[in-house]
Design a protein around this ligand. Sequence first.
Ligand SMILES: Cc1cc2nc3c(=O)[nH]c(=O)nc-3n(C[C@H](O)[C@H](O)[C@H](O)COP(=O)(O)O)c2cc1C
Length: 179
Amino acid sequence: MKALIIYWSGTGNTQKVAETIDNTLKNSGVDSVLKPVKEAGDEDLYDYDLVFIGSPSFMWQPPEPVMRYIKDKMNHYRERDYVKLSSPKVPGKYGVVFATYSGPHTGVNEAIPVGKYIGQFLEHLGFDIVGEWYYVGEFHGSEENSTKGRLGDIRGRPNQQDLDKLAGDVKKVLEKISG
Ligand SMILES: Cc1cc2nc3c(=O)[nH]c(=O)nc-3n(C[C@H](O)[C@H](O)[C@H](O)COP(=O)(O)O)c2cc1C
C-alpha cells in the first residue's frame, strides 16, 4: 500500500500530526511519503491508495497556501476530466482529512469547515473519505487564546496523549481499508 501525506503548518502543530501519521504508517509496513504542500504540487494523488491532507484553521478556513493548492489541483484534474458528475468513487482510493485548531471561541466548530472543505476536494476526485480528524493545538504566540478560550489550557498540545490517540486512529483506518 502507498500513502501520501500533504500538510501545511505555520507553527508546527499540524506538522507534528503529519509526522505521527507518517511514522505510524511506516511502522505498519505502508510505503508512506510526507510532503509539505509547497512540495506537493507535482504529486498525482491517484498514484496513492491512501491520501492524507492536513491543515490548521485560520479564521475557520484553510490558510492561503492550502486553498491555493486545492484550487490549482482541482483545475488540473478538472481539465483532465477526472471530476465527474455525481463523483463516483474510484475503487481503492481512500482519503483522510485532518485539521488542527485552538478553538478559543467556539471549539471544534472553528475547524470543521476546514475538514469539510478539504474533504470536498478529495470526494470530488472520487476518494472515499475514511477519516475526518480534528486535533487541538496550542495557539503559539497567544497565551490568552491558549489558556482562556473555550477549551481551557491547551498549551503543549497536541501532546503525547493526543499523538498516541492519533496513532490508534491511523491503525484503525488501515484495518478498515484492508478489509
Ligand atoms: C492567523 C491565525 C489565525 C487563527 N485562527 C484560528 C481560528 O479562527 N480558530 C481556531 O480554532 N484556531 C485558530 N488559530 C489557531 C491555529 O489553528 C492552531 O494553533 C493550529 O494548531 C496551528 O497549526 P500549525 O502550528 O500547524 O500552524 C489561528 C492561528 C493563526 C496563526
